[in-house]
Design a protein around this ligand. Structure first.
Ligand code: ZN
Length: 275
């Protein structure tokens, strides 16, 4: 299965749909134990296209499910078709919590100045909401709450954007964002477009699900596909509207065209409600 991938912008959409089909066809689900697939199904996941990765399993394009998460996932819930969703596990704030984020700068395993500018803008967008959580970029990985690391070069060249997971049962943010380092150099994305993608993965780390998780065709095109509530909860956030639309341009839509998606009113409502 794919991680969060680039649609449109640099690549013709129809070409991407073709490459997606090929990727799905080549997914090797047999490397995933049957017990895991059974468990995921019982939890409400659609395990089609599940992929074994170093950290655990990857589903829903760009979401990492760790063994720790599998162990602590709650029971399946009834899920409404409404917009803006969170997982059951959220980051414990105690009223105020600073989340530090480290990304290596420069070199083959680091990020360009343009990528770092995108990260800093993503952080600024969250901090401008005056939430109980705030983010700060730090210059050492030691003790950082979230470490952003480069994807494998081959994945970056294939147009994969990034991946992340959900908060732990202990109330910590997911600790790793894998992010492409070539969004500026190869795809020509603006600082705002890069910030949108990094903010999306940060959103997963603090418990936000895809706005269109119930039908990712809304942002990705193709046939309707429900990601399921995943047993991690897909809790509708009060005050956000019914039915995701592409026009609303939530930054938590499943697919992106690489353009700028600053927090819309519903995203802000969701963040303010959760934190
Ligand atoms: Zn995502």
């Amino acid at each position: 299965m794919k991680m969060y991938k680039l649609f449109g912008a640099a690549i013709v959409a129809s070409m991407m749909l073709i490459s997606c089909s090929e990727e799905e066809a080549s997914t090797n689900a047999s490397s995933v134990p049957e017990t895991v697939i059974t468990k995921l199904k019982a939890m409400g996941f659609n395990p089609d296209g599940i992929q074994k990765v170093d950290e655990g399993y990857r589903i829903e394009r760009d979401i990492i499910i760790t063994e720790e998460f599998l162990e602590h996932a709650g029971a399946e819930q009834v899920v409404p078709d409404l917009e803006q969703y969170s997982t059951n596990n959220l980051v414990s704030t105690g009223g105020s919590r600073l989340i530090t984020l480290y990304a290596p700068v420069g070199g083959r395993k680091g990020y360009s100045a343009g990528m770092i500018a995108g990260l800093d803008l993503a952080i600024a967008r969250y901090n401008a909401q005056n939430l109980e959580i705030s983010f700060q970029r730090v210059t050492s990985s030691a003790g950082a709450d979230i470490v952003m690391t480069r994807l494998a070069k081959g994945d970056e060249r294939r147009g994969i954007l990034g991946s992340a997971g959900f908060p732990t049962a202990g109330g910590d943010p997911y600790g790793e964002i894998k992010m492409s380092g070539i969004l500026e150099s190869s795809y020509g994305l603006s600082t705002e477009g890069i910030a949108t993608i990094i903010a999306h993965e940060m959103g997963h780390c603090i418990g936000l699900r895809h706005t269109d998780y119930f039908n990712r065709a809304i942002s990705c095109g193709g046939s309707a596909s429900n990601e399921g509530d995943g047993g991690v909860g897909a809790n509708h956030i009060p005050g956000t509207p019914t039915g995701a639309t592409l026009n609303a341009q939530s930054y938590m839509l499943s697919c992106t065209d690489g353009s700028d998606r600053p927090f819309n009113n519903d995203d802000r409502t969701a963040l303010g409600y959760l934190y």
